[in-house]
Design a protein around this ligand. Structure first.
Ligand code: HEC
Ligand code: HEC
Ligand code: HEC
Ligand code: HEC
Length: 343
């Protein structure tokens, strides 16, 4: 069952997700494999696990992670088929040969890969994967609430198929059963009011569920906020969209994949605990509804097009606020000063 959970995770696809393959092929940089296929080159290439990305073997071969460097460094131990894990009580495990690695209990075990910068020609470096650094600076890092608390919540299950013995195991899907963790990231509150003949919509986003900036991950990820005014038949009459993310650019100021970037143009991600208010003003019908959709997007449209890979979307929440018409018998000028709604 740990295996089935892991299979659904991006760790299992780390060497073959379409976005990764497109970027890896164009960057022609062998450094990618250090984290996306950590055992490539270290073990026999004929072994299946080498091609499977961030496998059980890869994580559980981490003997220690140095804590002094700005970016944590691993020590892999592939000797003697020992697997490392959080337990230092050798009886309570189902590895054949058990190694005790205290780093498994804290964020350092994630930090070795979830912290990455690229060297630039001017001698400086450009941060790329920033979750570990952001986490360390946040209240979660200060209180020692590790990545695992959110990404590997403990559940009680059978130790192995066919056994009655129950143990406490950490979920190995990393984004929840079906990726639903993405819906816990932002608290969303929306309000609408009539304003001088227009519909004024305010969307308040609070990063209350993530231990790092949102959207997390590789630069180019986006949070999309879409506001639409619909008439009573549900037809869109007006629409506006804003995106939140981090944009890296080349010499000409064009958004490019991180390996081709020379600078950060902007970073509008929402930091842990931060509240962001977005204001919209739409031409809207006298009656109908306003629909606010917040979605996670795997890559900005510019990057997706340049790489020839479709951008994926997942809902982070949706709010609908009806106004006027059958509900009140009046037009939207009779909308209360503000109508507040949550998903
Ligand atoms: C050996 C390197 C490595 C280690 C160790 C590692 N990760 Fe990852 N992780 C990756 C890579 C590479 C990806 C991106 C995979 C891809 O290409 O989509 C990733 C992706 C993820 C994702 C996105 C999952 C999804 O389904 O979208 C989460 C969440 C995550 N890691 C959390 C963690 C946590 C928590 C830890 C520590 C317990 C950890 N990782 C340890 C390399 C690693
Ligand atoms: C991205 C790194 C990573 C990958 C990949 C990974 N594990 Fe783990 N594993 C961990 C961490 C971290 C813990 C400790 C979690 C805790 O206790 O909070 C752990 C704990 C365990 C444990 C001890 C019981 C428990 O849950 O605490 C077992 C057994 C285990 N993993 C087996 C596997 C198997 C089998 C696979 C492949 C299907 C796998 N792991 C893949 C990081 C990983
Ligand atoms: C308080 C809970 C919490 C903690 C602590 C936390 N995360 Fe997350 N993480 C989230 C939520 C919620 C999301 C979904 C929102 C998003 O993708 O931005 C997420 C998303 C991610 C992603 C997905 C990025 C993507 O687009 O594929 C990665 C990778 C990740 N976290 C890694 C980490 C690592 C590494 C740590 C520890 C250094 C950590 N997280 C600590 C809650 C948490
Ligand atoms: C130090 C470790 C490390 C190195 C080196 C690294 N990555 Fe990653 N990469 C990660 C982690 C961790 C994630 C997970 C964050 C996320 O889910 O966006 C990730 C995510 C990605 C993603 C998003 C995957 C998806 O399926 O959406 C792409 C694409 C990517 N990396 C490309 C590359 C390329 C190309 C290189 C080499 C030029 C590279 N990476 C080098 C750690 C690394």
């Amino acid at each position: 069952m740990l295996h089935a959970e892991w299979k659904t995770s991006a760790h299992a696809r780390a060497r073959r997700s379409p976005l990764y393959v497109a970027m890896r092929d164009r960057s022609k940089n062998p450094v990618c494999e250090v984290c996306h296929a950590p055992l490539a080159g270290l073990t026999d290439p004929a072994e299946l696990s080498v091609d499977e990305g961030v496998t059980c073997e890869a994580c559980h071969a981490i003997r220690d992670v140095g804590d002094n460097a700005a970016e944590p460094q691993y020590t892999f131990d592939l000797q003697g088929n020992r697997k490392f894990g959080p337990y230092c009580d050798a009886k309570d495990n189902y590895f054949h040969k058990m190694g005790c690695a205290p780093a498994f209990r804290d964020a350092r075990v994630c930090g070795g890969c979830h912290a990455f910068s690229m060297p630039l020609a001017n001698g400086k470096s450009l941060p790329i994967i920033t979750e570990f650094a952001e986490w360390r600076a946040s209240s979660f890092g200060v209180s020692g609430t590790a990545c695992q608390e959110c990404h590997m919540p403990a559940e009680t299950t059978h130790a192995a198929t066919g056994t009655e013995r129950k143990v406490r195991v950490a979920h190995h899907g990393f984004m929840g059963e079906k990726g639903e963790i993405v819906q816990k990231a932002l608290g969303i509150v929306a309000s609408a009011a009539d304003h001088a003949g227009k519909l004024a919509v305010s969307v308040v986003l609070k990063n209350e569920g993530a231990g790092h900036a949102v959207p997390a991950g590789v630069p180019g990820r986006q949070v999309v906020v879409r506001v639409q005014a619909l008439d009573e038949k549900g037809r869109a009459q007006a629409r506006e969209e804003r995106t939140i993310g981090r944009v890296l650019v080349d010499e000409s100021g064009r958004e490019v994949p991180f390996y081709a970037a020379i600078a950060e143009k902007r970073d509008e991600r929402i930091t842990p605990g931060e509240t962001r208010t977005l204001a919209f003003e739409l031409d809207a019908p006298r009656s109908g509804s306003v629909v606010i959709e917040v979605a996670w997007r795997s890559a900005s449209p510019a990057l997706a097009e340049a790489l020839g890979v479709p951008a994926e979307e997942r809902s982070m929440g949706k709010i609908e606020i009806p106004f006027g018409g059958q509900r009140t018998g009046k037009g939207r000028e009779h909308l209360p000063k503000t109508v507040v709604a949550r998903p």
